[in-house]
Ligand binder design. Structure first.
Ligand SMILES: Nc1ncnc2c1ncn2[C@@H]1O[C@H](COP(=O)(O)OP(=O)(O)OP(=O)(O)O)[C@@H](O)[C@H]1O
Ligand SMILES: [Mg+2]
Length: 318
């Protein structure tokens, strides 16, 4: 099975565009820092040893807990809140800090297979095998790896859905087992590979997969202040006053009986381009007009509300 069948794309980091994407993400500083540190220590575990020596005379027992810990991170939450963007871009920071090449392998959704017996299992095992071969085993005398890999499993609920679900096909269950084995093998061999799963439905992920996660990050829609940061960045140069921007942040929040505001992507991919195209080509942007437009746009409903009534509840007992 070749790489093109298994992976949507393989990107070598650092690259300038990825860094710009990473820098533009708002409200995710804690998650950024944590993911970067975790992956940095997979690539260069000696840094934790040095830290232990420096601050605890090398005696801190807790550093042992980092050996053979499953290198799995789950980014879960609402639509358009930066899960994919963060997973795809944070490796830039790791590459720069560790001074090694980091590659992002994005598992193709084809990996789910067509349902033929053994297919999903073969595809998932094949993907882990390719990643292990690509990353190699060479480490320097200080334990530092020559490169790192981030294996991205986007829309992971499709792949790692709970084996408990009664209607789950036998073939899917075997696939989940292959996934668990793949993650466990990476941990046992201490390879410099981080597995990052993104999902809108944390509760649909198999418990055995979830329990392996070294961290689960929850992503939510932007607050008023965070919307303001995104609007300010996107509308820099527009001449809008702080008052205009404040009104725009108000108009994109919870309002008119709606209990949710705009997602980050509603702001960057829908609202701001709409404002530009409304003004183009006759004139420039005008604050009052922008607020009027924002009031007329509807934010993307939260993920659960997009599901047909009953489906989610029936499957998950609530
Ligand atoms: N935290 C954020 N700060 C700034 N911009 C953001 C943020 N989150 C998302 N965006 C913007 O929205 C776009 C889409 O985000 P992304 O694809 O990462 O969302 P997602 O959480 O993966 O959504 P989905 O659950 O629908 O897959 C990004 O490319 C970016 O322009
Ligand atoms: Mg996504």
């Amino acid at each position: 099975m070749n790489q093109a069948d298994l992976f949507e794309d393989v990107v070598t980091l650092p690259d300038p565009r990825g860094q710009a994407d990473y820098d533009r993400l708002v409200g995710l500083d804690d998650y950024k820092a944590r993911l970067v540190k975790e992956t940095l220590l997979l690539v260069d575990p000696g840094q934790l040893r040095d830290w232990n020596k420096k601050h605890h005379k090398g005696e801190l027992a807790a550093v042992e807990y980092f050996h053979s810990r499953p290198p799995l991170f789950v980014l879960a939450g609402d639509v358009g809140t930066g899960k994919t963007a963060l997973a795809r871009s944070y490796g830039n920071q790791v590459a720069r800090l560790a001074k090694v090449r980091v590659e992002l392998f994005a598992l193709s959704l084809n990996t789910r297979g067509s349902g033929a017996v053994g297919e999903m299992t073969r595809l998932i095992s094949g993907a882990f095998k390719q990643v292990r071969e690509a990353v190699g085993r060479t480490r320097g005398s200080d334990g530092k790896a020559g490169r790192g890999i981030i294996l991205l499993i986007d829309e992971a609920d499709a792949l790692a859905q709970s084996r408990e679900a009664a209607q789950m096909h036998h073939e899917d269950r075997a696939g989940v087992n292959a996934l668990i084995r793949g993650i466990d093998d990476l941990a046992a061999e201490r390879l410099p590979v981080a597995v990052v799963m993104c999902t809108n439905r944390l509760d649909a992920i198999d418990p055995a997969v979830r329990r392996r996660a070294a961290a689960v990050f929850e992503f939510v829609r932007p607050s008023h202040e965070q919307r303001l940061v995104v609007l300010k960045a996107g509308l820099a140069g527009s001449g809008f006053s702080d008052r205009d921007l404040g009104h725009l942040a108000d108009a994109t929040g919870e309002a008119h009986g709606r209990h949710y505001g705009f997602t980050y992507s509603d702001l960057t991919q829908r609202l701001i381009p709409t404002l530009v195209l409304d003004a183009f080509p006759e004139g420039g942007l005008v604050g009052a007009r922008a607020v009027e437009i924002a009031k007329g746009l509807k934010p993307t409903p939260p993920f659960r509300e997009q599901m047909p009534t009953g489906v989610h509840g029936a499957q998950h007992g609530r």
